[in-house]
Design a protein around this ligand. Sequence first.
Ligand SMILES: Nc1ncnc2c1ncn2[C@@H]1O[C@H](COP(=O)(O)OP(=O)(O)OP(=O)(O)O)[C@@H](O)[C@H]1O
Ligand SMILES: [Mg+2]
Length: 238
Amino acid sequence: MLLEVRALDVTYGATRAVRGLDLTVEAGEIVTVLGANGAGKSSLLRAVQGLVRPASGAILFNGESVAGSSAASRVSRGLVLVPEGRQIFTSLTVHDNLLMGAYSRRDDPTREIDHIYQRFPNLARRRDMFASVLSGGEQQMLAIGRALLSRPKLMMLDEPSLGLSPLLVRALFDLIGELNRDGLSMLLVEQNTQMALQCAHRAYVLELGRLAMSGPAADILGDPRIAAAYLGSSERRH
Ligand SMILES: Nc1ncnc2c1ncn2[C@@H]1O[C@H](COP(=O)(O)OP(=O)(O)OP(=O)(O)O)[C@@H](O)[C@H]1O
Ligand SMILES: [Mg+2]
């Protein structure tokens, strides 16, 4: 088991964002987490990365508890989150953003940065430009490229397709599949239910912080109740 979340509770004051959640990711899997706005998806990812401290429950990575370790040390252990809204450094160049992704490493990242440039030629062409000039899709590729430079074992993506054109959404999901075939495990939060279920192995559906449904992605895709879980989710806060 690569990631094991047991009886996780995340609270913000009186708000119970995640309630008693059990979730696992096996090595080699793409697992998707679905749910309407406010269901607790981002809170789950932030707790796993160490950006928010759970009220209770356990998080094990490679069989070891991550409790008490910082987000940075979880990155060194192979756990990386590409947060909602990308959060790249817009006042740095594309190249410097990539270098930031390799900060936790002691070796020379040049070869891997070259590999990212081969994978994302648009980034190579703009390597010395400020990241602020990139399009939304290019910023998402940069955020993923930066995350890859930390050599993750598990990459968590929080709504990576948000705001992308249909063509770029397709390219993004192609990339997710390709990275997974190269051996990267993924925990993918998406509101693009269809695409997420088509590329994932397994899925969890959250409702108000609780697990509403889970199983093989193909089963969830064909489940008529999935529509019910999304009532009201079309009106985005973002
Ligand atoms: N920093 C915070 N302080 C207080 N409440 C928060 C905070 N972050 C999230 N919440 C609340 O916790 C609940 C779950 O939020 P979360 O962001 O995890 O949901 P989500 O499923 O990611 O939603 P979305 O699809 O809108 O991104 C919501 O009720 C939200 O308002
Ligand atoms: Mg969210």
